[in-house]
Design a protein. Structure first.
Length: 344
């Protein structure tokens, strides 16, 4: 018998990643879609094959469903993911895991209580250039990491979300919570933790709602830009910039500066990883373009999640990893709001 999956929330991330990747996974038999806007679940059931339910409890109490993808908006993750785990489902929760540490802990506690798998969709870890960079850093091919700089910016979620208007939930404080920091920044925080095998410990930051406006033409309630300086537990220093106002071209790049050279990741379209050594040697890797709003290829996340269930292994991104990334993002926002250096 194959695996039966329920998906909560049938917006862009479900349409572009979860539904196609479950469909392509050979161990998944069936998908059941749920959205509080039924026309969205029906459209995806038609597009990918599958059935729909009219309310979330039908999914959560269906004993034939093994797995839930929680693709609802940020403020609901702790409600759906907690319930799904306590109902005996394995859960792949979208990022950010939640908007508060307390809510993240509810999900983590439910995971412990149920013994089911919980993975959070920090998909940056899975891209080929990030995997290769991790290998080089781990082997200390360029010596130890000293400093880093990371950026994630595009033209904004009102171009991405299913509801392509300025009334998007991404711009609302009570639903998006953390603005661009929770939307894009949290990806890079998790990536830095992963690549460097380290944790960000101290942060300072500036933020602003510089350009985005809501449906009433007022500045949005959350930050559309945030920049930060970071210090890790192992003493590495870094800078980070996260933006919803990079009009014209997305920037998804990271540079890692080591004792014997530099790793440039997603700087050039042609060579997704470039290694430049102290003595001037340059090695360029042609791997694969990163998934962007305009380039949706298999992220590898769903396959890894299904594999962790089948082989009964710890998922590659745990609830604890996601909580750690959330704590750093909350720290960055607090630093920006208080103009203080925050220790995570
Ligand atoms: N991992 C990634 O790279 C990535 C990329 C984009 C979005 N996301 C995350 O995925 C989640 C969904 O984002 P999206 O871009 O698909 O948003 P979206 O606005 O396109 O879609 C969200 C869908 O969820 C439904 N929904 C929201 N709350 C619900 C509720 N309480 N009950 C029932 N349905 C509900 C909405 O009706 C909508 O159809 C967010 O948490 C977002 O941060 C992750």
């Amino acid at each position: 018998m194959g695996i039966k999956v329920g998906i909560i929330g049938c917006g862009s991330i479900t349409k572009l990643r979860h539904a196609p990747e479950y469909t392509a996974n050979p161990f998944v038999d069936e998908i059941v879609f749920y959205d509080r806007n039924p026309e969205r679940s029906e459209a995806l059931a038609e597009m990918f094959g599958g059935t729909v339910v009219q309310n979330v409890d039908e999914l959560l109490t269906d004993s034939t469903i093994d797995v839930i993808s929680d693709c609802s908006s940020n403020e609901s993750h702790h409600i759906f993911s907690t319930k799904a785990l306590l109902n005996g489902k394995h859960v792949l929760c979208e990022k950010p895991i939640s908007l508060t540490i307390e809510h993240a802990r509810e999900i983590l506690d439910a995971q412990k209580q149920s013994g089911k798998k919980l993975m959070v969709d920090h998909n940056q870890r899975f891209t080929r250039a990030h995997q290769k960079a991790k290998e080089i850093i781990q082997r200390e091919e360029l010596g130890k990491v000293l400093t880093f700089s990371t950026t994630f910016g595009h033209s904004g979620p009102e171009q991405w979300g299913i509801n392509k208007t300025n009334s998007t939930w991404f711009f609302q404080k009570e639903r998006s919570g953390l603005g661009v920091a929770g939307d894009l920044g949290i990806h890079k925080v998790d990536l830095i933790h992963y690549l460097l095998d380290d944790e960000i410990e101290q942060v300072s930051a500036f933020q602003g709602a510089l350009d985005k406006v809501n449906e009433n033409n007022e500045p949005i309630e959350v930050c559309d830009n945030i920049v930060s300086s970071l210090k890790t537990k192992k003493g590495r220093l870094g800078t980070a910039a996260f933006s919803w106002t990079y009009y014209g071209e997305e920037d998804n790049s990271t540079i890692i500066y080591c004792e014997k050279g530099i790793l440039k990741i997603y700087h050039s379209d042609e060579h997704q990883l470039e290694v430049i050594t102290k003595d001037g040697e340059k090695v360029q890797y042609k791997l694969e373009n990163i998934q962007t709003n305009n380039n949706q290829t298999n992220s590898g996340v769903i396959d890894a999640f299904i594999e962790s269930i089948r082989l009964d292994q710890q998922p590659l991104v745990t609830g604890e990893d996601a909580l750690l990334a959330l704590k750093v993002i909350l720290g960055i926002i607090e630093a920006a709001e208080t103009s203080k250096v925050i220790t995570i």
